[in-house]
Design a protein around this ligand. Structure first.
Ligand code: PMP
Ligand code: GLN
Length: 384
């Protein structure tokens, strides 16, 4: 058996969602939104399904969608991109990450990642023959340890994989931190793979800064987005990649043998959404911020200690005042007994000798209806 594949196990999102269904729990575990789906974009998909076309579009994506993505980059981030050579439509950010890592990593290349990290990164880096080099952010503010980051670079560093706003810990990297990372990337002639699926979900008047917009980074960054997140339609799996042509070439070559393309009707509907629903994109963070505050206030009242959530769908809390066991056992107990599901943070860390993984944090998804949030709080209060 391949030891990398057998080490994959089952992703924590699926494990906890299955357990939630089995026990009738309110699922604030896996990150997917509720009650935010835009009806007119769904109607555009229905029209596109009825009218066709129903055959393969270009492997790069529908021209109308690539043009709309280029316009989005200009409108929101002031970035000029050529829709024909610098935009690729893919089947979700998950595919984007695989295309980029398989397309760019040579065996033995090192990839710097930040812990706590999204679950698909390390398995794909390893399968591509790369070596993940973790740099751990420090709670409660998830501070970037600059000296440690500088020391993590070597002559084998190919990429830094940076996720901002960051899942699971909801950190939004400041311009200052990003400039520091960018400086190291340039100094070491490396690249930055920027997972920015939560680009529009930043709270409290803060800004999302795409690293590709920093000086000297236009040719060194690959920017990944997901319309599953932009339009709260996570099952659609329409994602995109923006990068300079020289970087895009190996990525597109990988994509053509990975999925080749993405369902035409969904691409057409997303293009319609980008053309007509800037208001939705601009309004989403405000709606989610209110839900964050509702959940955070309720959990704090119960004795949990919420950490700052600057962006994403997620609120991390320290549960140590309410449970003495490790985070995975605590989440299992909450699901089976309180009937509320959260996910433990420890699976977002790499196991390595001599370094303790934090086990007192769990992550709640607040991108849910008020009714779901309130029901979860009622159940947690009753459970005590
Ligand atoms: N990256 C991060 C940080 C995510 O949270 C997610 C989503 N859930 C993805 C990538 C994958 O996005 P998609 O559903 O578009 O494949
Ligand atoms: N990204 C989502 C989360 O963090 C889940 C995506 C998945 O289940 N693969 O919960």
């Amino acid at each position: 058996a391949n030891s990398i594949l057998s080490s994959y196990g089952t992703t924590i999102f699926e494990v906890m969602s299955r357990l939630a269904v089995e026990h009738g729990a309110v699922n604030l575990g896996q990150g997917f939104p509720a009650g935010l789906e835009p009806a007119d974009i769904i109607a555009a998909a229905a029209r596109a399904v009825t009218e066709g076309p129903h055959q393969y579009p270009s492997m790069l994506g529908l021209p109308a969608l690539r043009q709309a993505i280029a316009a989005h980059e200009k409108t929101f981030w002031g970035l000029d991109v050529d829709w024909q050579s610098e935009v690729l439509v893919v089947s979700g950010a998950t595919e984007a990450l695989a295309d980029c890592l398989f397309g760019l990593i040579e065996p033995g290349d090192e990839v710097i990642v930040f812990e706590p990290l999204y679950d698909s990164y390390v398995p794909i880096i390893r399968r591509a023959g790369g070596v993940p080099v973790p740099v751990r952010l420090s709670p409660p503010d998830w501070t970037l340890p600059r000296a440690e980051l500088a020391a993590a670079f070597s002559d084998k560093t190919k990429l830094v994989l940076l996720n901002t706003p960051m899942n699971p810990c909801a950190k939004v990297f400041s311009r200052d931190d990003l400039a520091y990372v960018a400086g190291l990337v340039q100094q070491h002639d490396a690249y930055a793979l920027c997972d920015e699926v939560y680009e529009h979900l930043v709270f409290d008047g803060q800004d999302h800064v795409p690293m590709i917009t920093l000086p000297g980074m236009r040719e060194r960054c690959i920017r990944i987005g997901s319309f599953g997140k932009v339009f709260s339609l996570t099952s659609w799996k329409v994602g995109y990649i923006v990068a300079a042509p020289a970087l895009m070439q190996p990525i597109a070559r990988t994509h053509q043998y990975m999925t080749f393309t993405t369902p035409t009707a969904l691409q057409a509907a997303v293009a319609w959404g980008l053309e007509h629903r800037d208001d939705y994109v601009r309004g989403l963070a405000g709606q989610l911020q209110a839900r964050r505050d509702r959940l955070a206030a309720g959990l704090a009242e119960l004795g949990y200690r919420p950490l700052t959530a600057q962006g994403t769908y997620f609120l991390t809390v320290d549960f140590s005042a309410l449970g003495q066991e490790g985070d995975a056992d605590y989440c299992r107990r909450l699901t089976t007994e309180a009937k509320v599901t959260a996910v433990p943070l420890s699976p977002f860390y790499l196991d390595r000798p001599g370094v303790e993984t934090p086990r007192s944090f769990i992550r709640f998804c607040f991108a849910k209806t008020d009714a779901e949030i309130d029901e979860a709080l009622i159940r947690l209060r009753a459970y005590g």
